[in-house]
Design a protein around this ligand. Structure first.
Ligand code: HEM
Length: 191
Protein backbone atom coordinates (compact mmCIF):
# COMPACT_ATOMS: atom_id res chain seq x y z
CA UNK A 1 0.00 0.00 0.00
CA UNK A 2 1.32 3.46 -0.83
CA UNK A 3 1.41 5.61 2.28
CA UNK A 4 2.02 9.34 2.25
CA UNK A 5 4.98 9.87 4.56
CA UNK A 6 3.92 11.13 7.99
CA UNK A 7 0.20 10.53 7.43
CA UNK A 8 -1.45 8.32 10.05
CA UNK A 9 -2.41 4.83 8.83
CA UNK A 10 -6.01 4.41 7.68
CA UNK A 11 -6.18 0.66 7.06
CA UNK A 12 -6.30 -1.60 10.12
CA UNK A 13 -6.48 -5.37 10.56
CA UNK A 14 -8.07 -6.94 13.63
CA UNK A 15 -6.95 -10.55 14.07
CA UNK A 16 -8.39 -13.10 16.49
CA UNK A 17 -6.13 -16.01 17.41
CA UNK A 18 -3.59 -16.89 20.06
CA UNK A 19 -1.43 -13.75 19.86
CA UNK A 20 -1.94 -10.01 20.18
CA UNK A 21 -1.85 -7.27 22.79
CA UNK A 22 -5.45 -7.78 23.92
CA UNK A 23 -6.88 -10.77 25.81
CA UNK A 24 -10.43 -11.67 24.77
CA UNK A 25 -12.66 -11.95 27.85
CA UNK A 26 -16.07 -12.22 26.14
CA UNK A 27 -17.35 -12.69 22.61
CA UNK A 28 -21.11 -12.48 22.07
CA UNK A 29 -23.03 -12.80 18.80
CA UNK A 30 -25.66 -10.10 19.40
CA UNK A 31 -27.16 -10.68 15.93
CA UNK A 32 -26.31 -13.19 13.20
CA UNK A 33 -23.53 -15.75 12.97
CA UNK A 34 -20.79 -15.82 15.65
CA UNK A 35 -17.07 -15.68 14.85
CA UNK A 36 -14.77 -18.61 15.77
CA UNK A 37 -13.51 -18.51 19.37
CA UNK A 38 -10.12 -16.93 19.99
CA UNK A 39 -8.11 -16.05 23.09
CA UNK A 40 -6.21 -12.98 21.85
CA UNK A 41 -6.86 -10.00 19.61
CA UNK A 42 -4.23 -8.11 17.63
CA UNK A 43 -4.82 -4.69 16.11
CA UNK A 44 -2.35 -4.19 13.26
CA UNK A 45 -1.85 -1.03 11.21
CA UNK A 46 -2.00 -2.12 7.56
CA UNK A 47 -3.13 -5.29 5.81
CA UNK A 48 -0.31 -7.74 6.49
CA UNK A 49 0.50 -10.03 9.42
CA UNK A 50 -1.33 -12.48 11.68
CA UNK A 51 -1.22 -15.25 9.04
CA UNK A 52 -2.02 -17.87 11.69
CA UNK A 53 -5.07 -16.05 13.06
CA UNK A 54 -8.48 -17.76 13.20
CA UNK A 55 -10.12 -14.69 11.69
CA UNK A 56 -8.97 -11.39 10.25
CA UNK A 57 -11.16 -8.34 9.73
CA UNK A 58 -10.02 -5.27 7.79
CA UNK A 59 -11.38 -1.76 7.88
CA UNK A 60 -10.35 1.73 6.82
CA UNK A 61 -10.95 5.06 8.50
CA UNK A 62 -12.82 7.49 6.28
CA UNK A 63 -14.51 10.85 6.06
CA UNK A 64 -17.65 11.35 8.13
CA UNK A 65 -21.02 10.85 6.45
CA UNK A 66 -23.58 12.11 8.91
CA UNK A 67 -22.29 14.64 11.45
CA UNK A 68 -23.24 18.30 11.20
CA UNK A 69 -20.74 21.10 11.84
CA UNK A 70 -22.18 21.64 15.32
CA UNK A 71 -21.93 17.95 16.23
CA UNK A 72 -18.41 17.72 14.83
CA UNK A 73 -17.29 20.67 16.94
CA UNK A 74 -18.79 19.09 20.07
CA UNK A 75 -17.08 15.76 19.30
CA UNK A 76 -13.69 17.38 18.66
CA UNK A 77 -13.95 19.37 21.90
CA UNK A 78 -14.73 16.29 24.04
CA UNK A 79 -13.07 13.26 22.46
CA UNK A 80 -9.65 11.88 23.35
CA UNK A 81 -7.20 9.76 21.37
CA UNK A 82 -6.82 6.00 21.60
CA UNK A 83 -3.89 4.54 23.51
CA UNK A 84 -4.41 6.17 26.91
CA UNK A 85 -2.44 4.14 29.49
CA UNK A 86 -5.48 3.91 31.83
CA UNK A 87 -7.71 2.50 29.09
CA UNK A 88 -7.00 -1.14 29.80
CA UNK A 89 -10.44 -2.26 28.57
CA UNK A 90 -11.62 -2.20 24.98
CA UNK A 91 -14.39 -3.47 22.72
CA UNK A 92 -14.30 -4.47 19.07
CA UNK A 93 -17.85 -4.53 17.71
CA UNK A 94 -18.05 -5.54 14.03
CA UNK A 95 -21.40 -4.61 12.50
CA UNK A 96 -23.16 -5.42 9.24
CA UNK A 97 -26.22 -3.39 8.27
CA UNK A 98 -29.08 -4.82 6.21
CA UNK A 99 -29.80 -4.38 2.51
CA UNK A 100 -32.78 -2.21 3.55
CA UNK A 101 -30.37 0.29 5.17
CA UNK A 102 -28.14 0.50 2.12
CA UNK A 103 -31.18 0.97 -0.14
CA UNK A 104 -32.10 4.19 1.70
CA UNK A 105 -31.10 7.65 0.50
CA UNK A 106 -28.52 9.65 2.47
CA UNK A 107 -31.12 12.00 3.98
CA UNK A 108 -33.22 9.04 5.13
CA UNK A 109 -30.22 7.42 6.80
CA UNK A 110 -29.29 10.68 8.55
CA UNK A 111 -32.86 11.00 9.87
CA UNK A 112 -32.74 7.50 11.36
CA UNK A 113 -29.13 7.83 12.60
CA UNK A 114 -29.57 11.12 14.46
CA UNK A 115 -33.04 12.70 14.42
CA UNK A 116 -34.64 9.40 15.51
CA UNK A 117 -31.84 7.37 17.14
CA UNK A 118 -29.75 10.24 18.57
CA UNK A 119 -26.54 8.28 17.98
CA UNK A 120 -24.24 11.30 18.40
CA UNK A 121 -26.34 12.86 21.19
CA UNK A 122 -26.14 9.57 23.16
CA UNK A 123 -22.48 8.96 22.31
CA UNK A 124 -21.40 12.43 23.44
CA UNK A 125 -22.56 11.66 27.01
CA UNK A 126 -19.85 9.01 27.21
CA UNK A 127 -16.96 11.21 26.12
CA UNK A 128 -14.17 11.56 27.06
CA UNK A 129 -14.43 8.31 29.13
CA UNK A 130 -14.68 6.26 25.93
CA UNK A 131 -12.22 6.80 23.06
CA UNK A 132 -13.27 5.45 19.66
CA UNK A 133 -12.32 4.76 16.06
CA UNK A 134 -14.71 3.81 13.27
CA UNK A 135 -13.45 1.67 10.36
CA UNK A 136 -15.40 1.13 7.14
CA UNK A 137 -15.20 -2.20 5.28
CA UNK A 138 -17.71 -2.00 2.41
CA UNK A 139 -15.49 -0.30 -0.11
CA UNK A 140 -12.52 -2.63 0.43
CA UNK A 141 -14.05 -5.36 -1.74
CA UNK A 142 -16.67 -8.06 -1.89
CA UNK A 143 -15.26 -10.53 0.65
CA UNK A 144 -15.73 -8.41 3.76
CA UNK A 145 -17.98 -9.98 6.41
CA UNK A 146 -18.94 -6.66 8.04
CA UNK A 147 -19.69 -3.08 6.99
CA UNK A 148 -18.06 -1.45 10.04
CA UNK A 149 -15.46 -2.35 12.66
CA UNK A 150 -16.10 -0.19 15.70
CA UNK A 151 -13.33 0.06 18.34
CA UNK A 152 -13.64 1.59 21.82
CA UNK A 153 -11.15 2.01 24.70
CA UNK A 154 -12.01 2.86 28.31
CA UNK A 155 -10.92 2.27 31.89
CA UNK A 156 -12.28 -0.53 34.14
CA UNK A 157 -14.34 1.99 36.14
CA UNK A 158 -16.21 2.96 32.94
CA UNK A 159 -17.06 -0.63 31.89
CA UNK A 160 -20.62 -0.37 33.29
CA UNK A 161 -21.14 2.97 31.54
CA UNK A 162 -20.00 1.38 28.28
CA UNK A 163 -22.61 -1.39 28.76
CA UNK A 164 -25.27 1.30 29.26
CA UNK A 165 -24.11 3.05 26.06
CA UNK A 166 -24.42 -0.06 23.88
CA UNK A 167 -27.81 -0.88 25.44
CA UNK A 168 -29.09 2.63 24.60
CA UNK A 169 -27.92 2.38 21.01
CA UNK A 170 -29.26 -1.15 20.51
CA UNK A 171 -32.73 0.04 21.56
CA UNK A 172 -32.76 2.69 18.80
CA UNK A 173 -34.39 2.68 15.36
CA UNK A 174 -30.92 2.55 13.74
CA UNK A 175 -30.33 -0.91 15.22
CA UNK A 176 -33.38 -2.32 13.39
CA UNK A 177 -31.05 -2.17 10.38
CA UNK A 178 -28.26 -4.16 12.05
CA UNK A 179 -28.19 -7.70 10.62
CA UNK A 180 -25.00 -8.97 12.20
CA UNK A 181 -23.19 -7.75 15.30
CA UNK A 182 -20.48 -9.40 17.40
CA UNK A 183 -19.55 -7.83 20.74
CA UNK A 184 -15.93 -8.66 21.58
CA UNK A 185 -14.61 -7.42 24.93
CA UNK A 186 -10.89 -7.39 25.61
CA UNK A 187 -8.43 -6.31 28.27
CA UNK A 188 -4.85 -5.32 27.67
CA UNK A 189 -2.64 -8.38 28.12
CA UNK A 190 0.11 -8.24 30.74
CA UNK A 191 3.22 -9.09 28.71
C1 HEM B 1 -18.51 6.44 22.50
C2 HEM B 1 -19.61 7.02 22.10
C3 HEM B 1 -19.93 7.11 20.62
C4 HEM B 1 -19.82 8.21 19.85
C5 HEM B 1 -19.41 9.61 20.32
C6 HEM B 1 -20.17 7.82 18.50
C7 HEM B 1 -20.17 8.68 17.43
C8 HEM B 1 -20.40 8.31 16.13
C9 HEM B 1 -20.40 9.21 15.01
C10 HEM B 1 -20.12 10.70 15.09
C11 HEM B 1 -20.65 8.48 13.91
C12 HEM B 1 -20.87 8.99 12.49
C13 HEM B 1 -19.67 9.25 11.68
C14 HEM B 1 -20.14 9.81 10.34
O1 HEM B 1 -20.65 10.96 10.33
O2 HEM B 1 -20.01 9.11 9.33
C15 HEM B 1 -20.80 7.11 14.32
C16 HEM B 1 -21.04 6.07 13.46
C17 HEM B 1 -21.17 4.76 13.87
N1 HEM B 1 -21.14 4.29 15.16
FE1 HEM B 1 -20.94 5.39 16.81
N2 HEM B 1 -20.49 6.49 18.48
C18 HEM B 1 -20.36 6.01 19.75
C19 HEM B 1 -20.59 4.72 20.16
C20 HEM B 1 -20.91 3.67 19.33
C21 HEM B 1 -21.10 2.30 19.77
C22 HEM B 1 -20.98 1.81 21.21
C23 HEM B 1 -21.34 1.55 18.64
C24 HEM B 1 -21.59 0.07 18.52
C25 HEM B 1 -22.23 -0.66 19.43
C26 HEM B 1 -21.29 2.45 17.51
C27 HEM B 1 -21.46 2.09 16.20
C28 HEM B 1 -21.38 2.93 15.12
C29 HEM B 1 -21.54 2.51 13.74
C30 HEM B 1 -21.79 1.09 13.24
C31 HEM B 1 -21.41 3.66 12.97
C32 HEM B 1 -21.53 3.73 11.44
C33 HEM B 1 -22.95 4.08 11.10
C34 HEM B 1 -23.18 4.20 9.61
O3 HEM B 1 -22.39 4.85 8.92
O4 HEM B 1 -24.19 3.64 9.16
N3 HEM B 1 -21.06 3.72 17.97
N4 HEM B 1 -20.64 7.03 15.67
Amino acid sequence: MVQVSGAPPRLFTFAGGDSGDWRIVAMTAVAGEPLPDASRLAMIAGAAGAERAKWRLRGITSNERYVTRGEKSELVAKQQDLGRPDSTCAALIPIRKTAAWWALAQDERRRIFEESSKHVRIGLKYLPAVARRLHHCRDLGEGELFDFLTWFEYGPSDAAAFDALVAELRASEEWRYVGREIDIRVIRAEG
